[in-house]
Write a protein that binds this ligand. Structure first.
Ligand SMILES: *Cc1c(COP(=O)(O)O)cnc(C)c1O
Length: 387
């Protein structure tokens, strides 16, 4: 029988260790494995190439994304870097314009040096994507919802364009997780994650994942994972598997809370704009509804200016003010100096990442407590402005 994602998260094929009956995947720390013969090797030889704890996580994430093969990396950026290693000098990449700051840095400062060209495109506009494709375009890289303005890419339409031009598609699914969005079902070739965020979920591990659904691509990814070597260690694999067990419950509760907060923020006079794809007035609302099972637990909102942001950040008590997202505790961050610090002022302005923008990753606190906390912080802004 096949069950829902909610149930499969708890009853994966690794729920019981066949050797001991343990209801937790054993952490195998060995770096090397004894071999039976000079020519015949066992299932595992050296832990960079294969480790049973990592393999369990890789199989679990592959199943969740409805893919055939999963790969675990030392960070989200390691997963993304390894994916980009499918490209060679002279190739061209089409990439979401308000992509995660680290991916932006990798594209502009590292890939560029390797002779890999790129074009940033507003992926809400398939026509613009079509126009950006060149004869040497080998990959289209999406991130949806985008960060921090929460723009929605019509995944299926971009996949169709890529197929027409014979290029690969990759999608950063960090914000949605396979609980809410399964890009492989929409034809995407490579799904990547910063598992540091919702998948891990507890602000205690840095990790990355990739999933493909094709034997040839899987072989290539396996080769790159082993060659580049940015694998995830066994202890961190275990932490990710533990986090995954509650992923559905966490996503459900946090998304519900985020939706309530987005509506509430709209009514606050200190808030100029709310960016959340679950709001009917969001330009990507309909597309997101069609391609995803929810709007997620991250939203952004804009205050008047940097001073208002400073006052607000100092006044709030509940969220941690930090880089990162997707944890049990709410995380408030300031994209201009945090996730998007790698962009110049002009590059940020062009993407609508203004001085007044704050991003909130909603955790598991009682929604009304966050409202109470924020309402009191908004009053502080008011006080300052009256002076
Ligand atoms: C955090 C993040 C990354 C990078 O992941 P790390 O685990 O920090 O390397 C990539 N994409 C998105 C959308 C992220 O939020």
């Amino acid at each position: 029988m096949t069950f829902s994602k909610q149930t499969s998260l708890l009853h994966s094929k690794h729920k019981i260790d066949p050797n001991t009956g343990a209801v937790s995947v054993p952490v195998q720390h060995a770096s090397t494995f004894d071999q039976p013969d000079i020519e015949q090797f066992g299932r595992y030889d050296y832990a960079r190439s294969g480790n049973p704890t990592r393999e369990a996580l890789e199989e679990i994430i592959a199943d969740l994304e409805n893919g055939s093969h999963g790969f675990a990396f030392a960070s989200g950026m390691a997963a993304i870097s390894t994916t980009f290693m499918m490209l060679s000098s002279g190739d061209h990449l089409v990439i979401t314009d308000d992509v995660y700051g680290g991916t932006f840095r990798l594209t502009t400062k590292v890939l560029h040096r390797q002779g890999i060209e790129h074009t940033f495109v507003d992926m809400t506009d398939p026509q613009a994507v079509e126009e950006a494709v060149q004869p040497n375009t080998k990959m289209i890289f999406m991130e949806t919802p985008s960060n921090p303005t929460m723009k929605i890419t019509p995944i299926k339409q971009i996949v169709d364009i890529a197929k027409k031009h014979g290029c690969l598609t990759a999608l950063d699914n960090t914000f949605m997780t396979p609980v809410l969005q399964r890009p492989i079902d929409l034809g995407v070739d490579i799904v990547v994650h910063s598992a540091t965020k919702f998948i891990g979920g507890h602000s205690d591990v840095v990790a990355g994942l990739a999933v493909v659904n094709d034997e040839t691509l899987a072989g290539e990814m396996k080769f790159l994972q082993n060659s580049f070597g940015a694998i995830l260690g066994p202890q961190d694999c275990w932490l990710i598997m533990r986090g995954l067990k509650t992923l559905h419950t966490r996503m459900e509760a946090s998304s519900l809370s985020a939706a309530k907060l987005a509506e509430w923020l709209l009514e606050q006079p200190e808030v100029e704009h709310v960016y959340y794809p679950g709001l009917p007035e969001h330009p990507g609302y309909k597309i997101n509804q069609e391609q995803s099972e929810g709007a997620g637990a991250v939203l952004s909102f804009r205050l008047h200016d940097k001073e208002a942001v400073r006052t607000f950040v100092q006044a709030v008590e509940i969220p941690v003010f930090a880089v990162s997202l997707g944890a049990v505790e709410s995380i408030l961050s300031y994209p201009p100096t945090m996730s998007h610090a790698a962009m110049s002022d002009e590059e940020r302005d062009a993407r609508g990442i203004t001085d007044g923008i704050l991003r909130l990753s909603v955790g598991l606190e009682k929604t009304e407590d966050i409202m109470k906390d924020f309402a009191s912080a908004f009053k502080q802004i008011g006080v300052k402005e009256e002076k």
